[in-house]
Design a protein around this ligand. Structure first.
Ligand SMILES: C[S@@+](CC[C@H](N)C(=O)[O-])C[C@H]1O[C@@H](n2cnc3c(N)ncnc32)[C@H](O)[C@@H]1O
Length: 263
């Protein structure tokens, strides 16, 4: 956002969700998450709320789910859910699962008046599959192994979309080329017959294919950038049932992965 642009409006429910996050001590940013003990699982960063850019993108996808079902893994206190709830059509339903009892209870209260939405407390691996198949699945609960991703794709209807965030963009055109991530995604993504097609033609822009050499411009140790991690990218571009693309957020420090199930 430049200084001439007015701040885009935030839906009231989202504002309420932010207030709730403050109330229950759920971190709004990665920096906040790193400063406290917020229930990180072994090997994973502490959880934090979805960024506004992620919420706005989810809202756009949710708006297209006419008569559809949306799933979310990892409700937190309902910030991403609130973004989607404000945009999804009246005939669309949403189920979101949160394993942390306090967060689940807070989100359930926030969203109680919307009959299209169910907040379930427990492990999404058990609770979500019977609720599918989904037109849109926001997987925000930290699954990042191949078997886990494959199980998520199983939950999509054909044409349905899987979304994950917390990905560090690989932006072309910066100075240098010494990113430790260079070539990592290409090794995995390149093994998929779809990887070059998806990366080459996707909306992430020229030169931003999953296997392209990268510049460290976007990954220069900014505190609000996700950890450098190509696992999700490799999984998305390596799954032959997904046609995947990467969407770089306007802050240039965070990306989303979007995979559409094609078979
Ligand atoms: C990044 S936060 C979610 C943020 C939220 N989606 C938002 O938009 O603000 C990840 C959440 O996933 C939850 N979680 C982790 N593993 C889970 C699982 N197996 N099932 C359900 N929730 C899980 C964590 O407790 C945490 O609250």
């Amino acid at each position: 956002m430049d200084e001439l642009s007015p701040a885009p409006p935030v839906p009231q429910l989202v504002t309420q969700a932010y207030a709730l996050a403050r109330q229950v001590g759920f971190p709004l940013t990665r920096q906040e998450a790193e400063q406290g003990d917020h229930g990180a699982r072994p090997g994973l960063a502490s959880p934090s709320a979805s960024l506004p850019g992620v919420g706005r993108f989810l809202a756009v996808l949710a708006a297209g789910c006419h008569g559809g079902r949306i799933g979310e893994i990892g409700t937190g206190v309902g910030i991403g859910t609130a973004w989607m709830a404000g945009a999804m059509p009246a005939d669309c339903t949403l189920v979101t699962v949160e394993i942390d009892a306090r967060r689940a209870a807070a989100a359930a209260q926030l969203l109680a008046s919307d009959r299209r939405i169910r907040v379930l407390k427990g492990d999404a691996r058990e609770l979500l599959p019977p609720c599918g198949p989904f037109d849109l699945l926001f997987a925000d609960g930290g699954w990042r192994d191949p078997a886990g991703l494959s199980a998520l794709v199983d939950l999509l209807r054909i044409g349905g979309r899987l979304v994950m965030d917390d990905v560090t963009p690989q932006l072309a055109g910066g100075s240098g080329g010494s990113s430790p991530r260079a070539g990592t995604a290409g090794g995995s993504g390149g093994s998929s017959p779809r990887a070059s097609t998806a990366g080459g033609s996707g909306p992430s822009g020229p030169g931003v294919s999953p296997g392209s050499a990268v510049s460290p411009r976007a990954s220069t140790a900014s505190a609000d950038a996700p950890p450098q991690d190509d696992v999700k990218r490799a999984l998305f571009f390596g799954d032959p049932r997904l046609f995947s693309t990467e969407v770089v957020l306007p802050d240039l420090r965070n990306s989303l992965l979007v995979g559409t199930r094609i078979s």
